[in-house]
Design a protein around this ligand. Structure first.
Ligand SMILES: Nc1ncnc2c1ncn2[C@@H]1O[C@H](COP(=O)(O)OP(=O)(O)OP(=O)(O)O)[C@@H](O)[C@H]1O
Ligand SMILES: [Mg+2]
Length: 639
């Protein structure tokens, strides 16, 4: 996906908040790379001047050699060295032209070094800074954005800045020096003819600017349609198994044909405009050239000129005018491009700086102390929370877990169990009430110290691309091989890992696709075991494994949870029946609490769920089914 300033921009808010982004770019980042910038600017100027010298020397040489006007008299060469013969003049001009070429080559090199170094350092710094800032933003920021959109900022926007800082700045300086340099020389040589010869310049500038204005939206269409083609293909190839099973190949072929057709149309539209550009430019340039050629030529042939246009021109200067005006055309064609690159770079810089300035709602208290876990007692006091203002997801939840105890959270899907425990990790801050560990309010402790001491096995296991061992060691990077194996054993993962082709060094694939769901879960349990946290949170940690493995994991988890505070969420009630406390959540509220025995005696939701799962009763009483149906209707169900 490619996001330009003129398209639907998910980062519009950030973009609009950043003021003066280009100035900031140069002040904050440019200043760190002054050497490269200086080399770039100076070399651009010198290289361009040297570029412009050969035609000038050639013009002088024409007069000096063919008319013997001793043009070199005037400047450049000290009198003593001045050649006196035409052959001498020829040698001198050839020598000077050679010097200009060689010097030009050297400065082209330093110029490209300067601008590239400048652009590369800045793109590196700004990408890493933005990423660094982005990963510290709150979870709700990530919930609102698509991964592709954030990737687009970190890749496309940064690349666009890079291109501007390199090509754009480079071209702008070259163009500027050229326009000024050529104008000065032409005006000094013959201002009347210069006026005529330079007429096409503003016209060409205007023409290319207009062209870019017209083609830009067309290119935007091309980019978004190519984006749609790519996501369609990506989706289809990723879901190929579903397509085959559903027998929808021809339906999908049609859909691909549709998006590809849109791309064709958008591209054809842009091509239609684009192929008129260079011919148009040629017409403008050609007309300018012919006029300069005729007027200049007549002034050479008839000194004094004819009619109202009077002038006087040497053949050498005539050559100079012809060569210089020719030099103008193609660089001028870049003018519109440079303006456009600047505008796009500005939008990109605004998005990047806007992101960097994005405030973190979960801000750390400046006086926060590190969390010190002594007993591991956790208290939830009247905790309420909603992901957004409109809806409260968790309401008035209170419970206390003594150090070393296990508390189980059970309840229907969507009841808010995972949410309650995410609050313990401060993925989000409580709306009302408070959560405290050993009497310390979570909002008053440093976030790293909290997350270091709370181990979390999340409901959706995510593995990073890399080996099994790397994934277990993730976050506990200094752990040795022995410790990794011990942790894997505790998570009942050792056996299957040793059966993998390369054991602990087997690559797990992207997101761990090469492993089964249950295997992934056991690796993330091993990760938590290795971390050896004071407080352990297990969110459906064993939901993807078979009953047998679950019992094995349960046995080692029992050892693991023996004397540390543990929170466990489970739908399979057999895994939590021995918990010290069980809290039943429904609709974000605590509806029942107690031990397994207490809850059975209470004969409420828990007792009935237990009955169904244990096979003691066949189905839930109507009352509970009714409640579930009402709940599904309210939350929109699963679809
Ligand atoms: N990031 C989020 N943004 C907005 N709403 C969310 C977000 N995550 C969850 N919710 C909503 O909060 C409610 C509680 O979700 P939660 O994940 O806590 O349920 P749960 O009890 O863990 O369910 P399950 O047993 O299916 O895992 C749901 O209605 C869900 O739609
Ligand atoms: Mg959950």
């Amino acid at each position: 996906m490619d996001i330009a300033a003129d398209e639907d921009d998910p980062f519009e808010e950030q973009r609009e908040k950043a003021d003066n982004p280009m100035k900031r770019l140069f002040v904050e980042y440019g200043a760190r790379n002054k050497t490269a910038l200086t080399v770039g600017i100076l070399s651009s100027i010198v290289a361009r001047v040297l570029d412009l010298l050969p035609p000038l020397l050639l013009a002088l040489a024409v007069d000096a050699i063919f008319l013997d006007s001793r043009a070199f008299d005037l400047w450049l060469v000290p009198e003593a060295l001045e050649p006196t013969t035409r052959a001498g003049q020829l040698r001198l001009s050839a020598g000077l032209i050679a010097v200009a070429f060689l010097g030009g080559a050297a400065f082209h090199w330093t110029r490209n070094w300067g601008w590239n170094a400048f652009a590369q350092h800045i793109q590196h710094a700004i990408r890493t800074d933005t990423y660094d800032k982005m990963q510290r933003l709150n979870m709700d920021f990530f919930a609102d954005k698509q991964t592709g959109e954030m990737m687009s900022v970190l890749s496309n926007d940064v690349n666009r800045l890079e291109r501007f800082l390199n090509d754009g700045m480079n071209s702008a300086f070259r163009l500027g020096v050229m326009v000024v340099g050529i104008s000065v020389v032409l005006f000094v040589t013959n201002w009347q003819l210069a006026l005529i010869a330079l007429v096409p310049v503003p016209l060409i500038a205007l023409f290319t600017y207009k062209f870019v204005q017209v083609i830009q939206p067309k290119y935007a269409d091309v980019r978004s349609s190519v984006g749609r083609v790519n996501s369609r293909l990506e989706n289809n190839l990723g879901g190929i198994q579903v397509i085959k099973a559903a027998n929808t190949e021809s339906y999908e072929s049609d859909r691909v044909e549709d998006v590809s057709g849109d791309y064709f149309d958008a591209n054809w539209d842009a091509i239609g405009t684009r192929i008129k550009f260079f011919p148009g430019l040629r017409v403008l340039a050609g007309v300018g050239f012919v006029i300069t050629f005729i007027v200049g030529g007549l002034w050479v042939i008839t000194p004094g000129g004819i009619g109202p246009l009077s002038g006087d021109l040497s053949p050498g200067n005539f050559v100079l005018f012809i060569l210089y005006t020719q030099r103008f055309i193609w660089p001028m064609a870049q003018f519109g491009q440079i303006i456009n690159m600047y505008q796009r770079a500005r939008a990109s810089a605004a998005r990047l700086f806007g992101l960097m300035d994005e405030p973190s709602r979960i801000a750390e208290d400046p006086d926060a102390d590190d969390l010190v876990v002594t007993d591991g007692r956790v208290e939830y006091e009247d905790v309420s929370f909603g992901y957004d203002q409109e809806e409260t997801i968790v309401e008035d939840v209170s419970f206390t877990v003594e150090g070393g105890e296990t508390l189980a959270l059970v309840g229907p899907t969507g009841a808010g169990k995972s949410t309650v425990l995410k609050l313990l990790l401060r993925m989000y801050d409580v709306g009302e009430g408070r959560i405290a560990i050993d009497g310390q309010d979570l909002r008053n402790v440093t976030i790293p110290s909290l997350r270091r001491q709370v181990g979390y096995v999340s409901q959706d296991t995510f593995l990073f691309y890399g080996t099994v061992a790397e994934n277990i060691r993730y976050g506990t990077f200094d752990a040795g091989r022995e410790a990794v194996i011990e942790a894997a054993k505790a998570a009942e993962a050792h056996e299957f890992i040793t059966n993998l082709p390369e054991g602990y060094d087997t690559e797990v694939g992207e997101r761990g696709v090469k492993l089964s769901g249950g295997q992934r879960q056991r690796i993330s349990i091993a990760r938590a075991v290795l971390k050896d946290p004071e407080i352990l949170v297990l969110d459906e940690a064993t939901s993807d494994v078979d009953t047998e493995t679950e019992m094995l994991i349960q046995r080692s988890l029992d050892r693991l949870t023996e004397d540390r505070t543990t929170f466990a969420i489970a739908h399979r009630l057999s895994t939590i029946k021995d918990a010290d406390r069980i809290v039943v959540l429904e609709d974000g509220r605590v509806v029942e609490r107690g031990t397994h025995g207490d809850l059975l005696a209470e004969d409420g939701l828990y007792a009935h769920l237990w009955g169904v799962q244990a096979g003691e009763i066949d189905e839930l009483p109507e009352e509970f089914v009714e409640r579930a149906a009402r709940r599904q209707a309210r939350t929109g169900g699963d679809d």
